[in-house]
Design a protein around this ligand. Structure first.
Ligand code: FES
Length: 454
C-alpha cells in the first residue's frame, strides 16, 4: 500500500488532480465554513453579559418571539401580569355619590368600580352571574341597583344579588351564592384607586408602588386634596407594551404643545398648558405596568396616562387630569380638548411605530431559526428601550417566572379564575339551559365568550 501511495504522489499529473480536487472541495465547503463562523460570532454575541445577564438570551430563546403581536404572549401576560398586579384605574373623586360607577377593560377582563351606599369603592367583574351578560353597559353612570338587561337579575352596590325573576322557586337556587364576583381594591392616600384581579386571598398593596406614589405626592401634583378634573378613554391599534418606550413623555408633551397652539383665547388656560409643556417642567413616574404619572412644576395639576391592553394589537389609552384647586367649567372643556387631541395624536403616532415594529417581527418569524435569533438581537438593538427599560425587564421576568411555574405544574395557571359556588343541581340545570339557549338563539349581543374565559 505504502509504495502505491508514494508512486501516486510522485506523478506530476496526480499532484495536479489532487490540487484541483482540493480547490473544488474548498469552494464547495466555503459557504458552510462562513456560516459556522457567523454562528460562533452570534453565539458569542448572545452569551449573557452584564447588560443582559438576567435575560438569558440563549439558543433556547427565552425572549418571546411574538413580543409585539402574538396572541399567546398576550394570554400569558393576562395570566402572569394583569391577573396578579395591582392596576391603577381611577381617582376616588370620580365617584361623587353612591351608585356612581365606571367601567373598564383590563386585558380583556371587564371590570367596574362603584361607590356603595356606605361610601366604599368596590370593584366587580362586569359579568352577570346568570349567563355572563355585561352589567354596566355604559362607561360611566350612576345607579344603586344594577340590573342585567338579559333576564332581569339585579345587584346592589355591594354586588349582592337582590332580584332574580322566576328563580326564587327553582330547586337549589340560592341568591347568596350568586353575588357578583368582587375584585380586590386599594385606595391610596392620594386617592388613587387600584384593583387586583387575583381571585385568591387579599393581596398586600405593592410597597414599592406606595413609596413611588408618596414621592410623587411631594411634587405637589397629587395630594390628599387633589380632585379629578377630566378624563377620557381612547383606543389605538398597537400592542400596549409600546407605551413603555422612554420617549413616550416627550411625544405626549410635543402633542400637547401642538394642541396649545390650536386653542383660542383663554389666557389662563394658555398659561396652564404652557406650563405643562415648558421644557424641564414635567416629572414623570411610572406606576407599573400600565400608568405614567406626570407632575408639572409650580402648578396644581397632575396627569395620569394609562395604557390598558384590549388585545395583543389593541390598547385603550386613558388620561385623567387632577388638580388641587377648583377649575372652571370653560377651562375644563378647553383642557379636555387639548388633552384629547394630544392623546389622539399620540395614539396615531404609536400606531405608525407599531406597524413598523410588528412588520419587522413578522418577517423575523418567517425566517429560519438561526436567522431568527440574529434578527431578534437586531430588533432589540434597534429598540433598546425594550430591555434597558426597567418596565420591559420586569414584564419579561414575570412572564418567565409564570411560564416556569406552569411548566412545573403541567398546565396553565389562571390566577383570576372564579369558580361558582352553590348547588350542583342548579348549576347543571343552568348549563343545560345555556346550551339550549345558544342552540335556539345563537349568541346574544353583549355577551363575550371571552368574558368567561378566566
Ligand atoms: S339575567 Fe344576566 S344573563 Fe340572565
Amino acid at each position: 500500500m505504502e509504495s502505491t501511495d508514494a508512486s501516486f504522489f510522485s506523478s506530476p499529473g496526480s499532484i495536479v488532480v489532487a490540487l484541483v480536487t482540493f480547490v473544488f472541495l474548498i469552494h464547495r465547503a466555503w459557504p458552510y465554513l462562513v456560516q459556522q463562523k457567523q454562528s460562533i460570532e452570534l453565539d458569542q454575541s448572545i452569551a449573557p453579559t452584564d447588560k443582559y445577564s438576567d435575560l438569558t438570551v440563549s439558543k433556547e430563546p427565552e425572549i418571546p418571539e411574538g413580543w409585539w403581536t402574538d396572541r399567546d404572549i398576550f394570554e400569558l401576560e393576562r395570566r402572569a401580569l394583569f391577573s396578579q398586579k395591582w392596576i391603577y384605574l381611577a381617582h376616588i373623586t370620580q365617584f361623587s355619590k353612591p351608585g356612581a360607577y365606571q367601567s373598564f377593560d383590563i386585558a380583556g377582563y371587564p371590570v367596574f368600580l362603584i361607590r356603595g351606599k356606605d361610601e366604599k369603592i368596590r370593584a366587580f367583574h362586569n359579568v352577570c352571574r346568570h349567563r355572563a351578560y355585561t352589567i354596566t353597559r355604559k362607561e360611566t353612570g350612576a345607579s344603586t341597583v344594577l340590573g342585567c338587561r338579559y333576564h332581569g337579575w339585579s345587584y346592589d352596590t355591594t354586588g349582592r344579588l337582590v332580584k332574580a325573576p322566576q328563580f326564587d322557586e327553582v330547586p337549589g337556587f340560592d341568591k347568596s351564592q350568586n353575588s357578583l364576583f368582587e375584585v380586590h381594591t386599594h385606595t391610596t392616600d392620594q386617592g388613587l384607586v387600584f384593583v387586583n384581579l387575583n381571585a385568591g386571598n387579599p393581596v398586600a398593596f405593592d410597597s414599592s408602588t406606595a413609596s413611588t406614589l408618596k414621592d410623587f405626592a411631594r411634587t405637589g401634583a397629587l395630594s390628599g386634596r387633589s380632585a379629578w378634573v377630566t378624563g377620557q378613554t381612547l383606543s389605538g391599534n398597537f400592542n400596549w407594551k409600546m407605551s413603555i418606550k422612554a420617549c413616550r413623555l416627550e411625544s405626549f408633551t410635543k402633542h400637547l404643545e401642538r394642541g396649545m397652539s390650536e386653542i383660542s383665547g383663554g389666557s389662563a388656560i394658555m398659561k396652564v398648558v404652557k406650563n405643562m409643556t415648558r421644557k424641564g417642567s414635567q416629572k414623570v413616574t411610572s406606576v407599573f405596568p400600565t400608568t405614567l404619572l406626570y407632575s408639572f412644576s409650580s402648578m396644581d395639576f397632575g396627569l395620569a396616562l394609562s395604557f390598558f391592553p384590549a388585545s395583543e394589537m389593541k390598547t385603550h389609552i386613558r388620561y385623567d387630569l387632577f388638580s388641587r384647586s377648583v377649575v372652571g367649567q370653560t377651562e375644563v372643556q378647553k383642557l379636555s380638548d387639548v388633552l384629547q387631541k394630544a392623546t389622539e395624536d399620540l395614539a396615531r403616532e404609536t400606531e405608525k411605530e407599531y406597524s413598523t415594529v410588528s412588520k419587522e417581527q413578522g418577517s423575523v418569524a418567517s425566517q429560519s431559526r438561526s436567522l431568527r435569533q440574529s434578527s431578534l438581537i437586531c430588533l432589540f438593538s434597534s429598540f433598546p428601550f425594550e430591555f434597558n427599560n426597567p418596565c420591559a425587564r420586569e414584564i419579561l421576568s414575570r412572564l418567565q417566572q409564570h411560564t416556569k411555574l406552569e411548566r412545573s405544574q403541567g398546565g396553565q395557571i389562571l390566577p383570576a379564575m372564579r369558580k361558582p359556588e352553590g348547588s350542583n343541581l342548579f348549576q347543571q340545570a343552568e348549563k343545560l339551559c345555556k346550551e339550549l339557549d345558544c342552540v335556539s338563539n345563537g349568541s346574544h349581543n353583549g355577551t363575550s365568550s371571552s368574558a368567561l374565559d378566566w
